[in-house]
Design a protein around this ligand. Structure first.
Ligand code: ATP
Length: 304
């Protein structure tokens, strides 16, 4: 596996807070890596080390074979930070041109604007953009220089469903063009849709990493879902259960044993489904005990 960026033993402290406590992370070439974790897990800090905005206290940071604080390396990097402020009086086209000017072979301005659905806004001052339009511009800027590696910190927060799906499509096109993308997101279905690899951070440590399937496999659980006449109580083999209307989802390491138990005890159930856990469910198990209750509201997010 070719690796275009890596953190090795990376540590970063802000005063009393140890944001990263020895993180190893590899970004595979030509892939999408999703960095996941509850609020305060250290995702933004990791992105800031990779784009050279902050320096690690210990450990190594290597990007495209070099140091991300070197101009030569940064010219091959595109970044959408978690928060962006634009000079309010500058027009969208002027901001794009400002960023393009830092790269040797950028996208033509009009092409970039139309790909990110910003063509109609080219002459608008950035101060007059909506929150979602600003976010689209911030993401477009990460791709402006046709960089080899793109770092996107919560790129779709604040985007409506159409814009989010549009960005997913663009990410696919950019990958096909040979780019590598690292993104952070709180939307687990986004990571599942886009990422080849995921790294789950919590409390400044890596809790799991690998392909989406491998990370799901790490929790070694299966979901058994059914409509129960009477919600099952104290069922053996069940590590967690969640009610959803008249359906109950049971999480178990032994689906066969659980179903045998339900049949043996004459439980009145119908519409039984047995399926692997979703990435969101695996995430909740892997980050159990870490704060993750103040994620942004997201109507699309699957709930259990
Ligand atoms: P979120 O999902 O909320 O964006 P995150 O995973 O990106 O969180 P970080 O922003 O990397 O997490 O923060 C990790 C920890 O470091 C948090 O406890 C945060 O409060 C702390 N932290 C981050 N930046 C600073 C700073 N400049 N000064 C002090 N503490 C900081």
């Amino acid at each position: 596996m070719d690796v275009v960026a890596r953190l090795h033993g990376a540590r970063k402290r802000y005063g009393d807070t140890e944001a990263l406590r020895g993180v190893d992370l590899e970004v595979p070439a030509g892939r999408v890596l999703a960095l996941l974790g509850p609020n305060g897990a250290g995702k933004t800090t990791a992105v800031q080390l990779l784009c050279g905005l902050r320096q690690a206290d210990a450990g190594t940071v290597e990007v495209l074979g070099g140091d991300p604080r070197q101009p030569h390396t940064r010219r091959q990097l595109g970044v959408t930070p978690q928060e962006t402020g634009f000079p309010e009086a500058l027009k969208v086209r002027e901001v794009v041109d400002l960023v393009r000017a830092h790269y040797p072979d950028p996208w033509p301005t009009d092409g970039l604007l139309s790909r990110f659905d910003l063509a109609d806004l080219a002459g608008r001052q950035t101060g007059g953009l909506s929150g979602g339009q600003k976010r689209r511009l911030a993401v477009a800027l990460a791709f402006a220089g046709r960089p080899r590696l793109v770092l996107l910190d919560e790129p779709t927060t604040g985007l409506d469903v159409d814009a989010r799906r549009g960005l997913w499509r663009l990410v696919g096109e950019e990958l096909a063009a040979g780019r590598t993308i690292l993104l952070t997101t709180h939307y687990l279905e986004e990571a599942e849709a886009l990422a080849d690899h995921v790294v789950v951070l919590a409390g400044g440590l890596v809790r799991a990493s690998g392909t989406v399937a491998e990370v799901k496999g790490r929790v070694e659980l299966t979901r058994v879902r059914a409509r129960f006449a009477v919600p099952p109580d104290a069922v053996p083999h069940v590590v967690r259960s969640a009610a959803d209307g008249d359906r109950t989802t049971l999480f178990t390491a032994d689906a066969d044993g659980l179903v045998r138990h339900l049949v043996r005890t004459g439980a009145d159930f119908s519409q039984l489904e047995v399926s692997p856990v979703s990435l969101e469910e695996a995430f909740l198990v892997l980050t159990a005990g870490e704060a993750c209750d103040d994620r942004p509201a997201e109507p699309e997010r699957a709930r259990s």
